[in-house]
Design a protein around this ligand. Structure first.
Ligand code: NAD
Ligand code: MG
Length: 388
């Protein structure tokens, strides 16, 4: 059997390391031909030794020589910077790109992978938030597949198989509710960074953990689902389901709802994105339903979690609004990390940034990059005024 050749963007992160674990289990099927990572050189070194890729890129040019020295006698090429990352994304020897960088930095490489005609296993939801229309159009014109890694979208993808998309009534995205589901609103301003990055059911990177605490992650996922499945945002509903057993659902127009249940382990949707349309065994403990007993559902509280409302509003506005929202969110959470603002300032900064924005059409990828820069500038300005 010919091996599927994988280029992995974000190899040292949470999705990246889980992807490599899955690949290790199936060495006879997958080969890692290229890796791109940020600044965790120690882990990247180990990955280079173990997987022997032919091309490696690191974010900072400053670390390039050090890494080249350290991995000797490595026969592959080591490059750096945004150009290096893009080279990995369009690497000619790769069949599939796993896009698992976090945040807006994932936009260009994801787009480049589509331009180069690579199938994409997509974890980087921000690229679809910023330029979903452009990326999906490019995927269509290149005849490539975008396979979701995000667990909710993997669930929906699976619930859609064998069905007519015209018969969809609603997509129902489940949300654990994050660590502050039961915290009274009055205590939100006292929430610390350490509390906010501690997710109750998933172990993930810092940014997505913070987004889960504000429910911005779910807002991003609504927009991600809108683009991936071509369903209007107002036909996508979010339901809080703290046990995270049902990963999402599809309701058809006759009223039947299909749901996907699985253990909360990202290796499951990662493997499915790599192996689709096949299913491969994974040695995870089976879901023990009797032990679980009951599962529960309720509506999200948008008063407590305004980011969810903001996501729908930005999505309805469309054009550059979601990219601006995403940029403001990234700036706000980094200011929160630095202790410059409170947890409850995060949605305020995003809302104020969106209020200042007059959305314009997104024709090219550069329009999304412009919206990202504009949103960042405005959010920084708003934070500057707040801290005066
Ligand atoms: P993470 O922070 O753990 O990892 C991000 C990786 O990207 C790291 O390897 C980092 O070094 C690298 N990186 C960041 N900026 C870079 C740059 N400019 N150049 C090169 N490398 C860079 O993040 P994560 O939790 O793995 O999430 C990655 C993406 O997957 C996010 O978009 C997130 O929303 C999505 N996602 C994650 C999970 C999860 O369980 N972690 C679940 C669903 C979706
Ligand atoms: Mg998710």
């Amino acid at each position: 059997m010919e091996k599927k050749r994988i280029a992995l963007l974000g190899s040292t992160g949470s999705i990246g390391t889980n992807t490599l674990e899955v690949i290790s289990r199936y060495r006879e099927r997958y080969e890692v031909v290229a890796l791109a990572a940020g600044s965790n050189l120690a882990l990247l070194r180990q990955q280079i030794r173990e997987f022997q890729p032919r091309l490696v890129s690191i974010r900072d040019l400053d670390h390039l020589e050090e890494l080249r020295e350290e991995v000797k006698p490595f026969h592959g090429e080591v490059i750096a910077g945004m150009e290096g990352l893009l080279q990995v994304a369009r690497y000619e020897q790769a069949d599939m790109v796993v896009s698992a960088i976090c945040g807006a930095a994932g936009l260009l490489p994801t787009y480049e992978a589509a331009v180069a005609g690579k199938n994409i296993a997509l974890a980087n939801k921000e690229s679809l938030i910023m330029a979903g229309g452009i990326i999906m159009d490019k995927a269509k014109s290149m005849g490539i597949q975008i396979l979701p890694i995000d667990s909710e979208h993997s669930a929906i993808f699976q619930c859609l198989l064998g069905h007519n998309p015209k018969e969809i009534r609603r997509l129902i995205l489940t949300a654990s509710g994050g660590p502050f589901l039961f915290t009274p609103k009055e205590e939100f301003c006292k929430i610390t960074y350490q509390q906010a990055i501690h997710h109750p059911t998933w172990s993930m990177g810092e940014k997505i953990s913070l987004d889960s605490a504000t429910l911005m992650n779910k807002a991003l996922e609504v927009i991600e689902a809108h683009w991936l499945f071509n369903v209007p945002v107002d036909s996508i509903e979010v339901v809080i389901h703290p046990e995270s057993v049902i990963h999402s659902m599809v309701e058809y127009w006759d009223g039947n709802i299909l749901a996907l249940l699985a253990t909360s382990d990202m290796r499951l949707p990662i493997l499915y994105a790599l192996s689709y349309p096949e299913r491969l065994p994974l040695d995870l403990p089976p879901l023990d339903l009797p032990r679980l007993g009951t599962i529960s559902f309720h509506s999200p509280d948008v008063e407590k979690f305004p980011c969810l409302r903001l996501g729908y509003e930005a999505a309805r506005q469309g054009q550059t609004a979601p990219a601006v929202m995403n940029a403001a969110n990234e700036i706000a959470i980094s200011a929160f990390k630095q202790g410059r603002i409170n947890f409850c300032d995060i949605p305020k900064i995003i809302e104020e940034t969106l209020n200042r924005h007059q959305p314009v059409p997104l024709r090219e990828i550069s329009d999304a990059l412009w919206a990202d820069r504009w949103g960042r500038q405005q959010a920084r300005d708003i934070i500057g005024r707040l801290s005066c």
